[in-house]
Ligand binder design. Structure first.
Ligand code: KG4
Ligand code: ZN
Length: 352
């Protein structure tokens, strides 16, 4: 018997609705993506250089129902075909989460189908099963986006995830966005920096590798010092009246980010004897990060899985995929009065 799961994502600036078909059984669930519709408010935030929460939640409100309708049309389904609803309960922006959670509750109540409030970070991991099939247990996940930078041990994507480390300040994508602003590139900063870096020398400037000292937590990250180092370097060059070699600055900054992320991820996989690594989140689209990860994973005998860029950024497909795994595992549903939880810990995959 197959079941249709609708996934709703509104934790940041993307309104996403995904539809997935679950077949197979609990031991070997098969999850197939039927539709993945996303409405982004990123352009509304561009002139502020970062997401403005109030603007994002209003945009979700406008986009929510039309996005759901588009996803259903793409899949050739109607609402009455939906067998379960999964929605991001957290972590994320309170006002944004609230829109998706309210919509999910309304759909679940109206259709009289089970409702699951799920963890956004687990969704970033679960999405890989849509592209590469079941996840080996355990696997290691490196989540890198504008909002998160985390190393996770995933024993079961539907129920057992442990955080091994995270950023103590800026997220990796946030560092890209801030450095882009410093060097005069547009928001979001990842793509233009990635592009500029291709024309630059990654060894031109020795930017610091945060939290890599012998007394630092081995699997935590820090990118705020790196951002400051870039700003200082540029100020000094300007003081001396020198032209700013933007491509070299971007390449050297990008090298520092990719170096630390891959070094720590491979070290964590080694430490825990894990042979599969998943990299997800918007920054997973970074060309240098994936190239260096591939190189270092291969040398360490680790299988590397990176979902296609469209699946790496925030979307409803990741929540539908996670919802499908939760349904397959026959886990308890969430009560209709569960709350959106902005700081939901990754260890809570489904809220009760
Ligand atoms: O996952 P995502 O769409 O949204 C969240 O933040 O949750 O990630 C967006 C982040 C932005 O900070 C953007 O600058 C970064 O991902 N990004 C990249 C690249 N493409 C997007 N960073 C580095 N290289 C890229 N090619
Ligand atoms: Zn995300």
């Amino acid at each position: 018997m197959s079941r249709i799961i609708m996934g709703i994502e509104t934790s940041c600036d993307e309104t996403g609705v995904g539809l997935a078909r679950l077949s197979g059984d609990a031991t070997e669930p098969r999850v197939e993506l039927l539709a993945d519709d996303v409405a982004s408010s990123v352009e509304l935030h561009a002139r502020y250089g970062g997401v403005v929460p109030e603007v994002a939640s209003r945009a979700h409100l406008e986009a929510m129902a039309p996005t759901a309708r588009r996803a259903l049309a793409t899949a050739g389904l109607s609402l009455s075909d939906v067998d379960a609803i999964a929605v991001t309960a957290g972590p994320g922006l309170a006002g944004s989460l609230l829109v998706g959670v309210a919509a999910a509750k309304a759909y679940a109540a109206a259709l009289d189908v089970p409702l699951y409030g799920v963890n956004h970070l687990a969704g970033h991991v679960a999405v890989d099963t849509l592209e590469h099939g079941p996840l080996p247990r355990p696997c290691l996940a490196l989540l890198v986006s504008g909002g998160h930078t985390q190393l996770l041990r995933v024993d079961d994507v539907a129920s057992k995830i442990t955080e091994l480390g995270s950023t103590v300040d800026d997220a990796a994508g946030e560092a890209y966005d801030k450095v882009a602003r410093i060097v005069g590139l547009p928001y979001p900063g990842g793509p233009p920096i990635d592009k500029a870096a291709k024309e630059g020398d990654p060894e031109a400037i020795a930017f610091p590798r945060g939290m890599t000292g012998p007394r630092d937590a081995p699997f935590d990250f820090s990118f705020s010092g790196l951002k400051t180092a870039v700003a200082r370097w540029i100020e000094a060059a300007e003081r001396h009246g020198e032209p700013i070699p933007v491509n070299d600055v971007c390449a050297s900054f990008q090298e520092a980010v990719a170096d630390v992320l891959t070094m720590k991820a491979v070290a964590a996989a080694r430490e825990y004897g894990i042979r599969t690594m998943v990299i997800s989140g918007g920054v997973a689209a970074n060309s240098r990060l994936s190239a260096l990860a591939r190189e270092r994973c291969e040398a360490a005998g680790i299988e590397l899985r990176v979902p296609r860029p469209r699946l790496c950024t925030d979307n409803g497909a990741m929540i539908a995929a996670l919802g499908a795994h939760v349904v397959a595992a026959d886990l308890p549903t969430s009560p209709l009065d569960f709350s959106a939880t902005p700081a939901l810990p990754v260890s809570t995959v489904t809220v009760r």
